[in-house]
Design a protein around this ligand. Structure first.
Ligand SMILES: C[S@@+](CC[C@H](N)C(=O)[O-])C[C@H]1O[C@@H](n2cnc3c(N)ncnc32)[C@H](O)[C@@H]1O
Length: 185
């Protein structure tokens, strides 16, 4: 699968799932990863890696003995990442983010130090969205962050209802411009 053209193709095929017209910029990637203390993060969870722009950024900085669990529901994106990234620290799953509890448990983990989410919360069905946010809250380390980007402030209420603190930053250098939510317990 190619880069931008295939992203656009997946968008038109799976609008409700992909929720974006283009892969994220490197500026947004850097902003998303800024709150992560890579010296202490042993377990990182990524939700909705798409073409893998954040996945690569995380792996570039991650400790040699850390693990990254990336949940991608779309089979074409999953196959793309599987082909493009070979790294023993990456556990790539063609599964919904709703399965965070089972997957972490199957590797003997209960908590993730950081959760990086690109999920299109504005278009994900309500039940599924609630299950994902609850699973994220339950499996986030007490000193960790759930970091989420969105193209609007629609997710503010949902995140504020579930996390103790939500800080919002804005990145104009992305198509479309994006809000980055940094949530903690
Ligand atoms: C907005 S795209 C972001 C892709 C990439 N991280 C980026 O920033 O360019 C959202 C991604 O979330 C995936 N996705 C949607 N619902 C999901 C779910 N329930 N579980 C896992 N991935 C999901 C989509 O297939 C898509 O790849």
């Amino acid at each position: 699968m190619g880069k931008k053209s295939s992203f656009v193709k997946e968008f038109f095929k799976e609008k409700k799932q992909v929720g974006a017209i283009a892969p994220s910029s490197r500026f947004l990637m850097k902003k998303m990863l800024k709150p992560i203390d890579f010296n202490k993060a042993k377990v990182i969870v990524e939700l909705g890696p798409g073409n893998g722009v954040f996945t690569k950024g995380i792996l570039d900085k991650m400790l040699p003995d850390a693990k990254l669990f990336s949940f991608e529901l779309n089979e074409n994106f999953y196959e793309h990442i599987k082909k493009e990234i070979t790294d023993d620290r990456l556990v790539l799953l063609n599964q919904s983010a709703e399965n965070i509890p089972e997957v972490l448990a199957s590797y003997g983990f209960t908590k993730a130090h950081f959760i990086v989410s690109s999920l299109p919360l504005a278009v994900i069905p309500q039940d599924s969205k609630i299950n994902i946010i609850r699973a994220a809250v339950e499996h986030l380390d007490e000193d960790g962050f759930y970091i989420q980007f969105q193209y609007s402030l629609n997710a503010k209420k949902l995140l504020e209802e579930n996390f103790k603190e939500v800080k919002i930053d804005f990145t104009p250098a992305n198509i479309p411009p994006a809000f980055v939510y940094r949530c903690s317990l």
